[in-house]
Structure formats: C-alpha cells, structure tokens
Ligand binder design. Structure first.
Ligand code: DGL
Length: 380
C-alpha cells in the first residue's frame, strides 16, 4: 500500500477516533449534569443533598424509646425502640440534616452509669475530631438527663452543638411528646448558631443550658426548667430557633476523662431535721473520696453532721456544701466557716451536678480548696 493511500486511511481513522472521544465526552458531561440536577432537586431525597448539616443521633434508651404494653394503662418499659427507629418515625427530619443513628445503650436513665457516660463522651469527641458530624443529638431518659448533660458539658472539647433530648411520655402514648422533642433537638443540633453554647437539653420547645437545667416535675411534659436563670433559647417547628443571647464564647473549663471508668466515688448526703452523723460516717466507711451535702437552706446541716464533715475533710475527703433547695446560690462563710473547715460551696450547682464536678476534679488531681472553689464558680 503506497504512503499516499496510507495517509487518507490514517486521516479517516483519526477522524473516527476523534468523533468517538467527542461522543464519549458529551455522554459523560450529560451524566454529570443530570446527577447534579437530581441531587439538588428539592424534595427528591433531600436527605441525600450534600449541603445539609450532618447530625449523629446516639441513643441510650429512656421513655422517648419507651413502649407501653397497652394504651389502657400508663405502664410502659423504657428503652425498647432503637435510635434508628426513632429517627425513621419522625417525618421531615431528613429535610433538617443528613442523619445517622447509633445505639450506645438501651436503658432507663435511672440506670445511667459511668460506662455509658464514657462511651458517649468518646463517641461524640471522635465524631467531632474526625469531622464525621456537624452536631450530635443524644436520646436519653429524663430521670438523669441533667446529670449526663452536665457531665458531657464538662468533658467535651470543641464548640460543635450537642443536644440531649428525652420525653415524658412513651413513644406509644396518646400525644407522645418524643417525636416533637426529637425534631426540635435536630433543629438545634443542625443550626450553626448553636455552636459555642455547650451541651444543651431540648424538650417541650425550650433550649436549656447544661449548668442550670433540672427536672422539676415527676410527670409533666414541661418538667425541664432552669430555676436560676431560665432557658437559653426557644425552638418550635414553625418559628424555628430563638436564642436569648449571643453564644458566650467563653472557653468553658473542661476536664480530661480518666483512662478508665468508674469515676471516683462521691456520695450525696441529704440533710433533714434531726440529722445525725451516720450517713456521713457510712460514706467515709465506703471509701468516698468526696461528700456533697444536700443541705437545708443555704447548705446547712446539724452540728453533729457538721462535725462529721469536718473529720472527713481532715481525712482529705473533699466536702462540698450544696442545698436541697431548688434555686438560689450556696454562699461561703455565712452560717458555716468554710475557710476554717476547708469546705467548698457549690454556688448554684445542685447536689447531683456538684457530685459530677467533684468526681471530675478529683479525677484530674484538683484538690487544693482554692482551686476547687474556683472550679465551682460559673464563668458566664
Ligand atoms: N425510666 C425513666 C428514664 O429513663 C423514665 C423517665 C423518662 O425517660 O421520661 O429516665
């Protein structure tokens, strides 16, 4: 075959391959354009849209996951429904965030324990450190919800939102409050304005801060309140989120988790009329490293009990005066000479939260009275 005849043949070949490349390129481009259009199409798998914040739901149990045997009675068992099922059961969640759910435990929160606390703290920190999530929601029983909220607020590093949510009625109850609470919790966890506000509790249209929130009623759905300062914001499905103040931006003090649980033993001793030293002596004999007094009034107790607390402090046991009274501050050196006894006062922290902070302080080797007292003073 002469060179000339070879040339047209080659030219024809190169024209065919150029056309083939063009056709393939065009096909590829239209595929990419289609895929992008589909993903961004509102309402179509909006949960898969790449621009939604990522919210990780960690389930621990509680009434929000509770199931009643029959609607006739109020009896139910908590922790029966999984986090995945809870997420699937609330319409519209996938329009708020890209959700993933994991089961940490399935317990009533009266059984909450250090093992679950450590698992929650490690998983949340890992999710933030590895940029797996923009916010976290923890579904939880209400009985100890305030303690878990406060514990996590004191050990988590970073400013991404963590929201603890529960409910007062089981998922199977008439007018269950769980689905609405979970929807609002995801709204808050997905909102960038929630950053830098510490761990929050969201129930019944209110956003409560970790330090102040407490359960104030045994059965009412409006049970969670912050007697010493009120909610930090409000949320509802129609009006969205309204925070009452800018994020403080204050670097919260946080404490390292010990390598292993359990946390140091700290007992709460409840004071009352005709109080003697027995509960304090029991705490000491069971190896308490700290004793929190749920005192009467401004953190007071009987002389007998005070003398026993003085002996405990002399043995190096950390003594914190808190109060059984639901609001107000416990003040140093009013009726009790804290400086002389070497006691700490809990300020506005309830006995159950003072216990958590005392555990973390001991675990982090903070034992000097002045340093301990500084740790209890809120940095608003
Ligand atoms: N079993 C209690 C708990 O899990 C019920 C209270 C609730 O979750 O509302 O805390």
């Amino acid at each position: 075959m002469s060179k000339d005849s070879v040339r047209p043949a080659r030219r024809r070949q190169s024209r065919i391959s150029m056309r083939a490349i063009a056709v393939i390129t065009l096909a590829l481009c239209s595929f990419v354009i289609n895929a992008a259009a589909h993903a961004a199409e509102p309402g179509k798998d909006a949960g898969a849209a790449t621009n939604l914040p990522r919210v990780l739901v960690l389930a621990t149990g509680g009434t929000i996951a509770g199931q009643a045997e029959s609607r006739a009675t109020g009896a139910y068992k908590s922790g029966q429904i999984t986090g995945e099922q809870l997420v699937q059961s609330v319409p519209g969640l996938d329009k708020l965030a890209k959700l993933s759910a994991e089961q940490i435990s399935s317990i009533g929160s009266q059984d909450m324990n250090d093992k679950v606390w450590f698992a929650l703290a490690h998983r949340i920190q890992q999710a933030f450190d590895n940029n797996e999530a923009d916010g976290v929601v923890v579904t939880h029983g209400t009985d100890t919800l305030e303690e878990t909220t406060f514990f996590l607020d004191n050990v988590l590093k970073g400013d991404k939102p963590v929201v603890i949510v529960g409910s007062m009625r089981p998922a199977t109850a008439v007018s269950a409050d769980g689905p609405g609470n979970l929807y609002e919790a995801v709204q808050v966890a997905a909102d960038p304005r929630s950053r830098g506000r510490g761990v929050m509790a969201v129930l019944n249209d209110k956003i409560e801060g970790a330090r102040l929130v407490t359960k104030t009623n045994t059965t009412s759905i409006e049970t969670f309140n912050s007697p010493n300062g009120g909610p930090i914001g409000y949320v509802d499905t129609a009006g969205g989120i309204r925070f009452m103040a800018q994020a403080s931006g204050l670097k919260r003090a946080t404490y390292d988790l010990p390598a292993n649980e359990p946390l140091p033993r700290v007992e709460i001793v409840y004071s009352h009329a005709n109080m003697d030293a027995v509960p304090i002596e029991d705490a000491i004999s069971h190896g308490a490293k700290g004793i929190v007094l749920a005192g009467v009034g401004d953190g007071n107790t009987s002389k007998q009990a005070l003398d026993a607390l003085e002996q405990a402090a002399k043995k190096g046991i950390i003594v914190v005066r808190s109060t059984r009274v639901r609001s107000g501050f416990v003040t140093r050196n009013v009726e009790v000479d804290d400086d002389r006894y070497g006691f700490v006062v809990s300020e506005d922290l309830s006995p159950q939260k003072a216990r958590v902070l005392t555990q973390l302080l001991i675990a982090n080797g903070v034992t000097a009275p002045a340093k301990l007292q500084q740790a209890f003073t809120a940095t608003w």
